[in-house]
Write a protein that binds this ligand. Structure first.
Ligand code: NAD
Ligand code: TYD
Length: 357
């Protein structure tokens, strides 16, 4: 790992990964290629913007010429591919962009990489890796009592987002099988933590609660996600890059499975304590049940036996500590929050998704 290309590094997990990676590896060059969609935010990387090991390139993974030029200019030997459209509700309201970015973008990146590493033999194949960051949502939805998903579970994606990620996983695997592209894939459960764009459940709940706005809970709120702190995800990706077997996939999950309603209630209780005396205490009074998401997956659960036995990974954060840290992070970063909140794009999204619910 000498010259690392991170795609989507201005997003939630990508920016956390860049921080993690630069703390962990000293002798590297890291190129962050991001097109800066509504979800991209360079404020999340301000502290390392002038680090000599780091370079930002504004670019689109669908632009094959630009990708080709970046691979060659920086002699990229390692790719960590985060760039994607990542929000299920947006994929329901507008699926096309998900196909463009997640399917065509991943294809474009894979093909440029194949040309550079395999056709043009830019590096020895033992020295390169294409790591694809994917999701547990490719596996569909579990009924009560069904066992957790393993790496062998067949894909059954339900939302346009999940289907586009499943397609991208298949493309990565096919480039390994057909052309010998050295790859790894991780499928991870729902992340939470610093720098998450407040359209996702946890930051949306925190920020709405601080303003005394309704806390929307879809349907009966009994859907279950396998929440994982983003730093634990970053550590798992790092371990897979460093020690994972080429051509393998690894499941990553949080071993935390309370229902959505419990997550929202826990955040309310944390705010009652850390923000005692706030006008909106008790914050649970702000909870509002709203119309369910169409096709809403009921339960996710990842079996993480493989990554824990092969690579020794386990999540370090408990959900209780992780949620408290996350609430405190949002309270401690009002500038980051206010810039994101003031963007017209964000306000427009809240109207589009919640007004008619
Ligand atoms: P995010 O939406 O916060 O960030 C995505 C980033 O990709 C943004 O910076 C955006 O500007 C960039 N991007 C989008 N389209 C692009 C394009 N065409 N070219 C270049 N850059 C582009 O997403 P996230 O939550 O950080 O997720 C990162 C990855 O992890 C995604 O692939 C997602 O599917 C996967 N994942 C996310 C979660 C989660 O809970 N958030 C869980 C498992 C896997
Ligand atoms: P989300 O954070 O959008 O992640 P994902 O859809 O990828 O799991 O949603 C997490 C869960 O919270 C999901 O079951 C949908 C639910 N949810 C709500 O109940 N209300 C909301 O306003 C949002 C955004 C999500």
């Amino acid at each position: 790992m000498k010259n690392v290309l991170v795609t989507g590094g201005a997003g939630f997990i990508g920016s956390n990964f860049i921080h993690y990676f630069l703390r962990t590896e000293t002798d590297v060059r890291l190129i962050n290629l991001d097109s800066l969609t509504y979800a991209g935010n360079l404020d999340s990387l301000q502290d390392i913007a002038n680090d000599p090991r780091y370079r930002f390139v504004q670019g689109n993974i669908c632009d094959s010429e630009q990708i080709d030029a970046v691979l060659r200019e920086y002699q990229i030997d390692t790719i960590v591919h985060f760039a994607a459209e990542s929000h299920v509700d947006r994929s329901i309201l507008g699926p096309r962009q998900f196909i463009e970015t997640n399917v065509m973008g991943t294809f474009t990146l894979l093909d440029a990489t194949r040309n550079y590493w395999i056709r043009d033999k830019a590096h020895a194949l033992d020295d390169v890796r294409f790591h694809h960051v994917s999701t547990d949502e490719v596996f569909g939805s579990l009924a009560p009592g069904e066992p957790a998903w393993t790496e062998e579970t067949p894909y059954a994606p339900n939302s346009p987002y999940a289907a586009s990620k499943a397609s991208s996983d298949h493309l990565v695997r096919s480039y390994g099988h057909t052309y010998g592209l050295p790859y790894t894939i991780t499928n991870c459960s729902n992340n939470y933590g610093p720098y998450q764009f407040p359209e996702k459940l946890i930051p949306l709940t925190i920020l709405n609660a601080l303003e005394g706005k309704p806390l929307p809970v879809y349907g009966d709120g009994q859907q279950i996600r396998d929440w994982l702190h983003v730093e634990d995800h970053c550590e798992a990706i790092y371990l897979v890059l460093a020690k994972g077997k080429t051509g393998s996939t690894y499941n990553i999950g949080g071993e935390n499975q309370p229902a959505n309603l419990t997550i929202v209630e826990t955040i309310c209780d944390i705010l009652d304590e850390v923000n005692a005396g706030a006008e909106f205490t008790p914050h649970r009074n702000l909870i509002q049940f709203v119309k369910d998401r169409p096709g809403h997956d009921r339960r996710y659960d990842m079996d993480t036996h493989k990554i824990s036995t092969e690579l020794g990974w386990r999540p370090r954060h408990t959900l209780t500590e992780g949620l408290l840290d996350t609430v405190q992070w949002y309270l401690a970063h009002p500038e980051w929050v206010s810039v994101v909140r003031q963007r017209q794009e964000y306000k427009g999204w809240l109207d589009a998704n919640y007004k008619s619910r």
